[in-house]
Design a protein around this ligand. Sequence first.
Ligand SMILES: [Fe+2]
Length: 414
Amino acid sequence: MRARLLLLGSVIVLAAPAAAQSPLFPDGIASGDVTHQAAVIWTRTSLPTAVAVEIGTDPQLRGARRLRPVRATPVTGLAVRVDADGLQPAQRYYYRAVVPGGRSEIGTFVTAPAPGAAAPLSLLWGADTMDLFQPFRIFTAMQARGADLFLYLGDTVYADLGLERATTLEEYRRKYRANRADASLRTFLARTATWVTWDDHEVANNFDRTHPRLAIGRQAFIEAWPIRLDPAQPTRLYRSLRWGRTAEIFILDTRQYRNRAATPDGPDKTMLGAEQKRWLLDGLARSDAAVKIVASTVILRYHGRDSWGGYAHERDELLRAIRDRGLGPVIFLAGDVHYAAWIRHAEGPYEAVAGPLAAIPARTAHVAGRPGVAWTAAGAFTYGWLRIADGRARVGWYDEEDRPLHEVDVPLIR
Ligand SMILES: [Fe+2]
């Protein structure tokens, strides 16, 4: 807690004005799961109503397309998601939500390049935002990077900690609303395409597939984010994203299929579940992208039983498959542990860990000094930035005031 006070005591320069909270759209607007031809637009209204999304390439939305309205109802906590398709690749779009009697601010995002295009990628990643740690000023620093997308790797709320401990659906919903009260977060989400997954605190600390509130936590999580769901598998959260020929990003769900951490490790213990594991390995094998990014939330080694350390049999199977079948170059991205790290695993993959964005920073980095661990930082709020262009990748870590903590070039040898 002392580290937090020190950080909060310093001055930060706002890179962009934060949007005021709208009475009609108190949680703002967001875009997510943006591909080269579609984007999910999200908002939450303050009362039941019909919501139409306007989208176009003009910053003032002149000549914008208006999509068929959908109803915001109490069944989904007044949250709506609209999948806007028919978009052009590598294009900046603008959007807003419109209800009878008013409209939201205008948000923006860029679509992914066409599947065959060799386009640069600039992405941010981070995790861990607890309501008690507002204002979430780090999002203002992140926004100044102007990245193509943001991977929000879990602990997006702390349902079981902070201002209120959620046990009912309404209380879980309130945790997301409490975070959206933060102007830096709302402004960032309105202007950056986000791909989000959950970790444990969207339900409860270190939860697994047996947790009694898994379904409630999952419902509130899905309501709160612009996630594209498959109607045939409406609870599935793992999915992938293609960024031209440059990168393919696999976003994992490390929570709802996992065995209890206390289960003895071995061939029958799983974190991903059989179906997701097959999807990941097949996807890595099939992809011809220059770099494959695996967003894991929890880290691969040296951090104990709730992370991959407790599921080492399955982890080793994955890492060996990547090495033996030549599936690289692979960069794992993670959050969860509340310190930052850069690791090269013996099997070849890299691992970049960042966070917390705004939650209790760890005093020490648990993995420091272990084999392959090239750099660590603790005691600060951090986010990560990954850029890939012209066959080169660069990873950087930055604090709440956007001071660089570490930057490294990644050789992309398969
Ligand atoms: Fe966390």
